[in-house]
Design a protein around this ligand. Structure first.
Ligand code: ADP
Ligand code: ZN
Length: 684
C-alpha cells in the first residue's frame, strides 16, 4: 500500500517537553487546518489538544518524514477543533514564541497559558459562545483633569500617537497613591478606542480586577472583558469569541491577560508595575510587565507602567532613555499625604496578655481614630493564629513532615497547617519529643489579632481580609463593600490589604511589625519592604480628613523607615540600592537564571545539581557567566521533594541562554526534571 503523498502537521503540545510533534492528518481534514487552529491528538497513552503552529505540509516519500519517527509509528490527528477556525493570530504566536525562547519554556505550554482550555471551550463550556451584552452610553462622566494630570496626560498622549515601528513604546507614570493615575488610564483608553485601537489593562491581583473592570465599563460606555483564571469557563469562551470577532476591544485582567488577543492593540496599561505578582511562578514562568513591552514592539501599542514606587528595573530603563516618564506628585484628595510615626517596640510599654506585639500607644491611637468617626486598617503579614508551636520544655517546634518549614497554628480550626503543601494535623496536647505539656503558640498571625482586638478596643467592629477568611471573589467583594459602607470600623489583613483599595473613611493605618519585611532572604527585600510599606501607608487619608500611619518596629533606624518618614530622600535610598545591585551584578544590571534540580532522595538531588554546575564550568572559565552554588534551596524540602539550586548570573542574556541550553541537554539526556526560572523573583 502506498501511503504517499501524506499530509503532515506539526503541533505544539501543552506538556513540559521541548520541540514540536508531527502527526499525519487525513486528506479530508487537512484543508480545514491552518496556523492558529487547534487539534486533538493522541499523546502517550492520552489524548491532548495541541496547537497548529506551522502550515500543513506534504511528504512525498519516507525521506520527507521527520528524522526521529518512522511511518509506522506516526500517529494521526483525531479531530480538528472549532472547525479549524484559528484561535490565535500570528501576533499572539509571535508573542508566545518570544516567551518560549526567552524563558526557556515549551511553546505548547506558553500557548496553553495564553489560551486555556476554558477559553477554547474544552471545559464546562457551552458549545457555541454567546454574544456579549453591548453598552452604548457611559454612565460615569470623566472628571475634568487637574493641572498636574493635564501635563502628564499631554506627555503620554503625544507618545501614544507617535509612530515608532518595530520599537517598543513605553512610559512610566510615576504618581503617588491617589494622584489620579487611573483617571489618566481612562482618558488614554478613550482616545485609543476613538482611534479604532484596542485596550488592555493589567492589575496585579484578581481581587482588584473587578473593581477596576466596573470603573472602566461605566466610564467607557462599551463592553469590557474580564480576563483571569477565576472567570467562569463559559464566560471566558464568550469573551475569546467576542475578541476574535472584534466585538470586544477592551480587556481588564490579571497577568495572564497580557496574552489576551485584543484586536488592533493600541494601549497596554500595567497598573502597579512593580508588583511581584506579575511574575508567574508556576508552570510557565514569565513576567507580564516585561511581556507587555515585547507586545508593544510587535504591535506598536503604547505601554503605560503606573506606580507610586516603580521597580528598580523600570527606573533603570528610564535612566537609559529607553522608557519615557511622566509624574503625578500630588494627591487629588484634600487630606494630602498621611503623616508617618514610628512606634519603637524596644522602648514603648506593650499590652500584656495578647498574642500580637501591640504597644499601648498604638491601642490608644486606634481608639482615638474610631472615636472620632474614622476607620482603621491594620496590616499584619501572617495568616493563621501564630507562626509556630513551641515546646517550652525542650524547645521543639512542630514542623511539616513534607517540607522544611514549621507548621502555622490555626486556632479556630484547631489545626496546625503547612503554608507550603497544605498538610494539616490537629494541634497536639503534648510535645511529641519530650511529652511536655507546655506548648506555646509563638509570633502573631491575623487570626489572633481578630480574637484579641475586641478585648482591648471595646469599640472595635473588625473585618478580616486574608486567604483563610476570604476564599472566593464574592466573599472578598462583600468584605470590601462592607468596609466601604462603614459597617465595620477596622479592616485587618495580610498582603491582600495592601493593594489599591480606595477607602476615603480610613484615617489611621497600623503596621504591626515592619521588621518581618526586612528579614526576607532575597536581594529585592529592601526594595520590596519599601514598596509594601509605602503602599500600606497610601491607604490612609484618601478622603478629606488627613491620615496617620503608625509603624511598629524593633528596628527604628532601618533605612526603609527613614525614607518612609521623609528623613532620607527617595533618590538617595534608591541610589544606594542601585549601587548595591551594581556591585553584585544583580538586576537591573546583571541577569539571573535559576536552575533547580529535584529528587525525593537528598543525595540524588545534590549530585544532579553538581553535575549541571560542572557542565557550566566551561562558560564560567571563559568569563561569560557566574555560577553560584549548587546550594540547597531556601526551602530545601517541599512536598517531600529535596530541591537544589544553581544561580547563573551574566550581564548578557545570550550567555544565560547558552548555559540554559547546556543544562537542558544534560537533563534531557539523563531524564532529570529541570526547573528553569529566567529573571526569578521568588528567590526564597
Ligand atoms: P490612583 O490611580 O493614582 O490611585 P485615582 O485615579 O483612583 O488615583 O484617583 C484617586 C481619587 O481621585 C478617585 O476617587 C478619583 O475619582 C478622584 N479623581 C481623580 N482625578 C480627579 C479629578 N481630576 N478631579 C476630581 N477627582 C479626581
Ligand atoms: Zn508542608
Amino acid at each position: 500500500m502506498n501511503d504517499f503523498p501524506l499530509n503532515l502537521v506539526s503541533v505544539a503540545v501543552p506538556r513540559p517537553v521541548d520541540g514540536l510533534f508531527t502527526y499525519r492528518i487525513s486528506a479530508e481534514l487537512a484543508p480545514t487546518v491552518q496556523v492558529g487552529s487547534w487539534v486533538k491528538v493522541p499523546f502517550g497513552r492520552n489524548q491532548l489538544h495541541a496547537f497548529v503552529v506551522e502550515p500543513v505540509r506534504q511528504a512525498l516519500s519516507e525521506a520527507d518524514l521527520p528524522a526521529q519517527v518512522s511511518l509506522e509509528k506516526m500517529k494521526s490527528v483525531i479531530e480538528v477543533g472549532n472547525s479549524g477556525e484559528p484561535v490565535f493570530t500570528s501576533e499572539l504566536l509571535a508573542l508566545c514564541r518570544w516567551t518560549s525562547d526567552y524563558y526557556g519554556m515549551p511553546l505548547g505550554e506558553v500557548l496553553h497559558c495564553a489560551l486555556p482550555p476554558a477559553a477554547l471551550g474544552l471545559r464546562n463550556a457551552r458549545k457555541n459562545p454567546r454574544p456579549l451584552k453591548q453598552r452604548t452610553e457611559p454612565i460615569v462622566k470623566p472628571h475634568e483633569l487637574t493641572l498636574d494630570q493635564r501635563v502628564a496626560f499631554d506627555q503620554l498622549e503625544s507618545l501614544r500617537t507617535e509612530l515608532r515601528p518595530g520599537k517598543a513604546k513605553v512610559a512610566l507614570l510615576h504618581g503617588v497613591t491617589g494622584s489620579g493615575k487611573t483617571e489618566l488610564y481612562l482618558e488614554l483608553a478613550r482616545r485609543s478606542l476613538a482611534d479604532g485601537k484596542g485596550v488592555l489593562i493589567l492589575v496585579p491581583e484578581i481581587a482588584l480586577s473587578s473593581q477596576l473592570h466596573r470603573r472602566f465599563e461605566e466610564s467607557l460606555g462599551e463592553a469590557v472583558g474580564l480576563w483571569h483564571s477565576a472567570v467562569a469557563d463559559g464566560k471566558r469562551r464568550d469573551e475569546l469569541a467576542a475578541l476574535q470577532r472584534g466585538e470586544l476591544r477592551v480587556v481588564v485582567g490579571a497577568r495572564s491577560a497580557v496574552f489576551a488577543p485584543v484586536p488592533d492593540l493600541g494601549l497596554i496599561v500595567i497598573d502597579e508595575e512593580h508588583d511581584p505578582t506579575y511574575k508567574q511562578e508556576d508552570r510557565v514562568r514569565y513576567h507580564a510587565r516585561d511581556l507587555s513591552v515585547v507586545r508593544s514592539r510587535l504591535t506598536g501599542a503604547f505601554v503605560v507602567l503606573g506606580s507610586a514606587t516603580p521597580s528598580l528595573e523600570t527606573r533603570e530603563r528610564v535612566l537609559e532613555g529607553k522608557y519615557s516618564i511622566a509624574h503625578l506628585p500630588k494627591r487629588i484628595a484634600t487630606g494630602g499625604m498621611p503623616t508617618i510615626e514610628l512606634v519603637d517596640l524596644g522602648e514603648e510599654p506593650k499590652v500584656e496578655g495578647i498574642q500580637a506585639v501591640l504597644a499601648e500607644k498604638t491601642v490608644e491611637a486606634i481608639r482615638a481614630a474610631i472615636q472620632s468617626g474614622g476607620q482603621v486598617m491594620i496590616f499584619l503579614n501572617r495568616r493563621g493564629y501564630a507562626a509556630f508551636l513551641l515546646c517550652e520544655d525542650c524547645g521543639e517546634v512542630v514542623g511539616c513532615p513534607n517540607c522544611s518549614i514549621s507548621l502555622t497554628v490555626h486556632k479556630k480550626r484547631r489545626l496546625l497547617v503547612c503554608h507550603v503543601c497544605a498538610h494539616q494535623e490537629p494541634i497536639p496536647d503534648v510535645c511529641e519529643k519530650c511529652r511536655g505539656d507546655k506548648l506555646s503558640p509563638m509570633g502573631a498571625g491575623i487570626e489572633s489579632l481578630e480574637e484579641d482586638l475586641p478585648k482591648i478596643v471595646p469599640e472595635a467592629i473588625p473585618l478580616r481580609l486574608d486567604r483563610d477568611q476570604v476564599t472566593s471573589q464574592t466573599r472578598l467583594e462583600k468584605v470590601l463593600q462592607d468596609f466601604r459602607e462603614q459597617k465595620a470600623n477596622i479592616l485587618m489583613g495580610t498582603q491582600m490589604l495592601v493593594k489599591g483599595h480606595d477607602f476615603p473613611g480610613v484615617t489611621l493605618v497600623v503596621v504591626i511589625l515592619a521588621d518581618a519585611l526586612f528579614r526576607w532572604p532575597d536581594f529585592r527585600a529592601t526594595e520590596r519592604a519599601y514598596q509594601i510599606l509605602k503602599q500600606v501607608a497610601g491607604r490612609a487619608g484618601r478622603g478629606e480628613r488627613p491620615g496617620k500611619v503608625l509603624v511598629q518596629t524593633f528596628d527604628p533606624d532601618h533605612a526603609v523607615l527613614s525614607v518612609l518618614r521623609g528623613e532620607l530622600s527617595e533618590e538617595t535610598f534608591i541610589e544606594s540600592e542601585r549601587e548595591l545591585r551594581k556591585v553584585l551584578n544583580y538586576p537591573p544590571f546583571g541577569r539571573i537564571l535559576r536552575l533547580r534540580l529535584e529528587s525525593a532522595d537528598f543525595a540524588e538531588a545534590k549530585n544532579r545539581a553538581s553535575s549541571v554546575a560542572q557542565r557550566l564550568t566551561e562558560l564560567q572559565t571563559a568569563g561569560l557567566i557566574d555560577v553560584l552554588g549548587p546550594s540547597e534551596a531556601f526551602l530545601e524540602r517541599a512536598k517531600g521533594i529535596f530541591r537544589w539550586d544553581i544561580l547563573v548570573k551574566s550581564p548578557e542574556i545570550q550567555h544565560l541562554h547558552r548555559a540554559l541550553r547546556m543544562a537542558k541537554e544534560l537533563a534531557h539526556r539523563e531524564k532529570w526534571s529541570l526547573g528553569v526560572d529566567v529573571d526569578p523573583y521568588a528567590m526564597a
